[in-house]
Structures are given as C-alpha cells and as structure tokens.
Design a binder for this molecule. Sequence first.
Ligand SMILES: [Zn+2]
Length: 292
Amino acid sequence: METRIKCVYCKASHYIKWGNRKTENRGIIQKYHCLDCGKYFTNDDGFYRMRNSEEKITAAIDLYFSNLSSRKVRNHFRRHWNHNASHMSILDWCRRYTLKVQKYVATIQPQLSGQFYMDETEIDRGRGNDVFWCNVDWGTRFINATMYSPHNQTVEDAATFLKATVAKGLPKYIQTDAGAFYPQAFQKTFYSNKVQGLTVEHRIQNYHKTGKHNVRIETVFMKVKDRVDDFRGLKALWSAPILMQGIILQHNFIEAHTTTGKIPAELAGLSLNVGLNRWLGLIRLSVQNRKE
Ligand SMILES: [Zn+2]
C-alpha cells in the first residue's frame, strides 16, 4: 500500500529524497527535504516518532483487544522481543490508534440488514455502574452504534442512543429487552416528531416470559461483556470509552465472527484492502484518508 507523502511541517508534497535515518527499533527510515519550507522530515505513516516497530505495536493492539490484559501482553513481549514496552505504553498505543482508526471508519457507510438488537451492559466500577450501550445489526453482526455513560440507565440516555442508532438510516425493527426505559424512549424518539414522521417497530424480548435474553446476538454481547472485565483495574475513567471503542473496532473490522465465519465489515460490504495485518492496514488507511 503506497502512502501519500507530505511534509510534516507545511503539508506540501514537494520534496526530494534526502538519505536515510537509522532508528533503534524501526529500522532504516527514508528522509526527505521539503522544497517548499526547506525543512527535513520523515514520512508520517501513522507511526511517526514511535519508538517501537509497527509490527510490535499492532500485535499489542490486536492482543489487547482480543482480551489479553495489558500486563499479559507486556509479559508476552518480554518473552519474545528484545525491547520491552510497559503495560502503560501498550494501553497508550491501544488508545492512540483506536482514535485514529475510529475517525476514519466513522466516514464509511456499512450496508446493514436493518434487523437491530440493542442492549446495555452494566460495568461495575465500584462507585455505581457505568453503562455501555450497544446496537448490533443481525444480518452482518456489525455494531453500528455504541454509547458509554457514567451512570445507570435513564429514558434520556436510551433516547439519545436510539437516535444515534438510526442516524444513518431506519432499520426494519429494533429488538430490546424488557427494560422499562425503552418504551418511553421509543415514544420520545419516534412518535413525538423528534424524527419526523418516521416510525420503527419495537420488538421486546421479555426475559421473564421467555427465559431468553436477546439470544441471537448473545455471542456478540457476551464477547463485549467478557472484555469489559479488564477495565475494572483501570484508574483513568476517561480511558474506558476509548478502549470500548477499540473492542468494537476489533469486532467490526478485525475478527471473523464465530457463527458467520466472516468479518462483520465484509458482510456489510466494506471490503477494505487492509491485508493480513488488519490493524496495520486500517491504521494506514486512516492516515491516507485523514483530513488536515
Ligand atoms: Zn515543508
């Protein structure tokens, strides 16, 4: 994949090659001389000034979002690589590249089946719950909306989340559990001119009647819930929503779903040419498509 090269100082693409720079952990890097501003630079390929190789960084991100704790990733690295990274560096990489990639994937449009399953997961943080809201499209298993809130479920939150869920198009139906806040939130969102003239069928899976949760999408939610466990040790509260987003990226764009055998993004018609190392490919795509 060819990266568009720009001067990191003035953003011009008017340059000549100017020898190499030898780096300790990232090998030999091409240097450039900008003919517009006269400065020397190396290309920002997404790993500009990182002190570790892109292979190691993307391996760490993939392992962490596959549900290995940051300390376990660090320990694995100690056994396999010469240069160590602290578990805090590993979390930094996960956050940094989640933000980069998230910015890019927000601009692309998945083709969904319109069969939506909505759920909220309570995250025990020892001072009351945070709640992670999540909507899965059944046909593709693509998670098209998430929301992180630092307090228990409310009608307002449910309504806000419903709006985000249908922002890019109305589904055939939305199935939820029997949470008391849902009917009111549907009312608020769809039947009082908030989304003008449009209605969406609300299907309710009543656990007490059927003994079943949202069974069809259970594997998706169980996976997300599993990964939430690692967050309990996180000191930085601001960090949790970003890492949650990373878990969703891992689900949508990196891992094949166990039932469909396909990556949700593929089923949603997003055949991104990202190669074998999918995190690396996504980061490169994000860098190429970034808006200055
Ligand atoms: Zn320049």
